[in-house]
Every structure is written in C-alpha cells, then in structure tokens.
Design a protein around this ligand. Sequence first.
Ligand code: IVH
Length: 679
Amino acid sequence: MNDSLNQTKQQIAELRRLLEDYNYQYYVQDNPSVPDAEYDRVMRELIALEQAHPEFQSPDSPSQKVGGQALSVFEQVEHRVPMLSLDNVFSDDELKAFEQRIFDRLKNNQALEFSCEPKLDGLAISILYRNGKLVQAATRGDGRVGENVTDNIKTIRSIPLKLRGDNFPAELEVRGEVFMPKAGFEKLNQQQKENGGKVFANPRNAAAGSLRQLDSKITAARPLAFYAYSVGYFEPEDNIASSHFARMMQLKDWGLPVCPVIKKVTGCQQLAEYYQWIGEQRNSLAYEIDGVVYKVDSIELQQTLGFVARAPRWATAHKFPAQEEITQLLDVEFQVGRTGAITPVARLQPVSVGGVTVSNATLHNADEIERLQIKIGDTVIIRRAGDVIPQIVSVVEEKRDDAELTDIVFPTECPVCGSHVERIENEAVTRCSGGLICGAQLKESIKHFASRKALDVDGLGNKLVEAFVDLEMIKTPADLFKLTAEQIAQMERMGQKSAENLVNALEKAKQTTLAKFLYSLGIREVGEATANNLALHFKTLDAVQTANFEQLIEVNDVGQVVAEHIVSFFAEAHNQTVIEDLLAAGINWPQIEVVSADEQPLKDKIFVLTGTLSTMGRNDAKAYLQGLGAKVTGSVSAKTDYLVAGESAGSKLTKAQDLGIEILTEDDLTALLTEHGVL
Ligand code: IVH
C-alpha cells in the first residue's frame, strides 16, 4: 500500500475511533463530549472517505447505521439459552410472598441483595458479539426461537457494533430491551400523521413495528433506543462477574448502555422503597416503563433457585397499576378553549383505571376521530398515564354492534357562541372565530390573565370567573378592575370580607412586570419564556406592539409562527382597546433598563444545565439565560463557565466538579435571574 493510501486508512481508523468514543460518552455515560454539530461533521468526513475508498469499508464502522438491502423474510434463530419471561407481583403482600418463597427454597431467612431496574416497555432482544463484533441479533419470539433482525438492530445508534476494551468473553450474548423514548414516539406519530402513515397507539407498538421491518432503512429512520438488562450465553467464563449488578457494570465498560437508575439494595423493605422511588420519577423519565424488576443479585443463588415453568424464581416484575381499561363511549361533547380551539371530549361509562375513576377522555381533534374510526356507543380502550388527560387508545372492533352506533359529527358552528368555525389548511385544530364575544374563550382568557404566572390575582377562582362572565358582569379582562366589593359580595359563596380581599388582590396585581403583562394577554404560542424574551429584547410595550415580523424573529426563541401570531394579535383593534383599558385601569411595571448587546450581563458566558429543575422547565431556563446574553450548551468542557445542577444531576455534575467549574444550584439560578430582572 502506498503512503497516501496508508494515511487514508489511518485517518479512517482515527475517525471511527473518535465516533465510537463520542457514542460511548453520549449513550453509555449519558455525558455528551462534543456538540451534535461536531459529531455530524466527523461522521460526514468518515462517510466521504469511505465512499471514496470502498476498499476500506467495514461492517462495524460507526457509519453503518443507515440500513442496507431489504430482506424478503426474517430468518429464524434458535436461542442457545431460552429467553424467559417474568412473573409479576402487584402489591406489597405479593412482594413479601416472593421474598418468602426464596427464603423457603434457600432454607435461609437472611436478607438478600437484589439488583433493581425499571421494567422497560419495549421488546426483548438478544445480541450476539463474537470477538467483540456484533454478529447477530434476534427477537425473543416464543422464547426458544426468534427472528433474525441483525440488520435492523445494527441501525440503532446506542447499540455498539464493536465492544470496547479487550477483556470481554469471545462469545457474549447481551440481552435487553429495544424501546422508543416518549419524545421520539410523539415526533414519529406527528410525522406519520402528516404523511398519512400508520399512527402508533403507544411507544411499545411503535418500537415493535419499527423493528419488524424487512427494510432496515426504515428502522434506521426510527428513534429507537436500547438498554441491556442481562447476559445470556457467554464463553469462556473467566472474565465475567459473579453478580448481576457487577455484570451490568461490565456491560457498561464494554460499551453497552445500561439503564442509569439501576440500583443494588438489600431486603424486601428496600425493594418497596425502590418501587416507590421509581414510581415518583415515572412521568419525568424519557421512556415508558410499566413497573420495576427485582433480580437476586448473586448469580450463584440464581442458579440454586432456578426456574419454574418459563420464569425464573430469582426475579419478578413489580407492576404499576394498570393504565389501560375497557369502557364504553357514551357521548362526545365539544369544548372551546382560550384560543378558540374546539376539542372533542369523550364522555365515558365511568371506569377505574389504576385506582382513579375516569369518566372523560380527550379526543384531541377531528383527525383523531378519523384515525380511531370511532362512533358513539363503541367499546374503547382508554389509557391514563400520570397526570395527563386520559386518552382513547383504540376501538374494540369485536365488540361493535352497528345497530347501536351513532356517528360523531364535528360542529360547523361554535357550540358556545354560534360563531362559524374555521380550520386552517394543514392544521389539525378547528377554531371558533368568535374571539372574546365567545363566552368560553372569554372565561378561559380571564382565567389565564389572572393566573399565577400572569397577573397572579389571589382569590379569583375559576368558578367565580365563570359566574362573572355568565352574568355578563365582565366582557373583557379590563372589566375585572371595575368590579366593586358590593358587587362581588353578592356572588354565591362570597362574603363581604372575601369580596374586599379580592378587590385588594386586584389592586395589588396592577403592579406587575412587562413580561408578565405580555404573558397575561394570552397571545397564541407566547408562553412565559417567550414573553420574557420579548420584554428583555424590546424593553417597552410600545416597542413590542409596533415590532414587525422581521424584528420579532430576531428575538430568542421566536420563530415564524410565533411572530405571525404576535403581529396579528396587535393588529386586532379589539385587542388594542383591551390593552388601553388595562393601562387606564392602572396596570404598570418598572421600566426595563436599556442595555446594548455588549452590556448584556451574561454576555458570552457559557452555561450547562443538568438534572431536573423544580420551578421552571429546562427550556425556560435556557431561554432566560440566553436573553441575558449567555450561551447554553449541552456538554461540560473546560470552557464552561457555570453548571446549573438541578435534582438528580449525574455525570455532568461530577465532570464539572472535576474541572473546577462553578456550580449553581436552582436557588442560585433563580437569584441570578431575579437580580437581572428576569423573574
Ligand atoms: S429480565 C429472566 N429486566 O419484560 C429474566 N426484563 O416479562 C428475563 N423487560 O421479555 C427478563 N425490562 O422484554 C428483564 N429490566 C428488565 C426488563 C425486562 C423489560 C421485559 C423483557 C421480557 C419481559 C418479561
């Protein structure tokens, strides 16, 4: 090989090594070492070199994540060690019984060590590495024989094509779950809707559907992820650890992603605590889980305990209460929201789902009704997840009785005010065109106006707002300030004292900030952070009102759609009148100091945010900091000025501490933002 070719070969090897390292930092250590743009640049460079030099192509190159030739069928793969399933427990008593059965079999009552991990809601996969290279991957199938999905598995970004280090067994079968993170699922369904494709009922179906594709290019385009949760067959035996938890740490060292909330505990009480702990985090996890799994940690004890039927005696799943139930759709009503959006709401035969009685579910919009092909009278599967409004997953076709069904007809007039409804092309939402003459929109606008993050009027509950509007005592938000204590005292459940309190609260609410005032107006798509950025950017209400489209899109986090909403809001004469009336009522705020871009207080300071913030979303925090001139990046490096560490901050915090970077708590951040007039 000539020198220049040799050089290219080395260059390719170096780029591959770099990308493997970036992948490991990102997927396994959960600590990106370079920005996405840098990753993409290196990847493009590698692909260009590989294309120019096909002789150096390699099936384990990190560039091989795009899928290849489509198959006509999946081959069958026989598992060398059967892939088992798990028994379930649903209560603390059943959990105790699980522990007791183990004690009985071991003839020993000593508290045992368990490895605990979430039960991921995806599908089980077996991946075989031979001499560190991914050679085969198969689905669980019936546990004995599965399908060969190697090409598809190779497209999943977090699954390494090559293991790291050199002390892994020559033959190593890794087992784990392929799943679709919640955000990826939402995005995929959105795209599928836009392209008229199949919309998936839940992330598990989406993961399964994406993996069982004969064309691996389709799988490559789907946002799949993987966590390893056990070791299957391996050979030789020398280097493998003797406890489950230690094995998982080995898999991590070898480059396989393992769920970061895995924990080793002792005894049944701590298992219950783990269940509780994960339950609390469930909604904020990036992926769906349906319980937790406990595994006796010692492999020796696992072998002693063995299996019964198709499940191990040494492990069990502790399931969260069911989130799906079957019930009947009794009727559909149409609700009008603050921006006029008309939402069909399903009235259901009440049913208990995971301990909560559900009698309503959202049907979102006309497309959703079309997608579900649902009719009044249908038997439906409903799903309740965390605090979100219950959803209808699907219709149970087998239980359909055509004679008993009625079509759902979307209204052509607003069910509240009778104004005509409009649906803009390519938008899913149907809206009432009535604006504030629509009682429903008025009620919601006033609730929003008085809400905590807006003008924060203490003591103005939703029921009271509704009554004021129904009695036509209020026609715009400005009318709130004309109410007298005598008028308020006559309302149901209001006395003289609470009426006076409300008048005082309204008086107090007049003293606000420009950002809160902008937010309170309820301009479409203008949330708290955007309102803040508008205020910081323009400094005065007048400047915001007169800004044109081009000036608006200059503002941090204001895109084209938001800019259009802002322009059309202020162009509306009615809105101008409301604003004038509000100012005339005495609403005021402190003048924002005018600083040039060079004088922005956090100009060019580099921040990294990690962990969960309790008082604001991470995106809001990011927008606030950017509004003060800071740069917010995803990874900690020597250039980082500050790391903001929220709840359960992980490896980024450790890295920042190692580098001696200044760490801010959430309280420090709030103080900083308050100091600069943002909060
Ligand atoms: S261990 C012998 N760990 O649950 C033990 N399974 O009901 C075999 N699953 O098919 C499985 N998360 O797809 C294990 N952390 C976890 C899991 C998990 C999800 C799934 C897996 C399996 C099913 C068993």
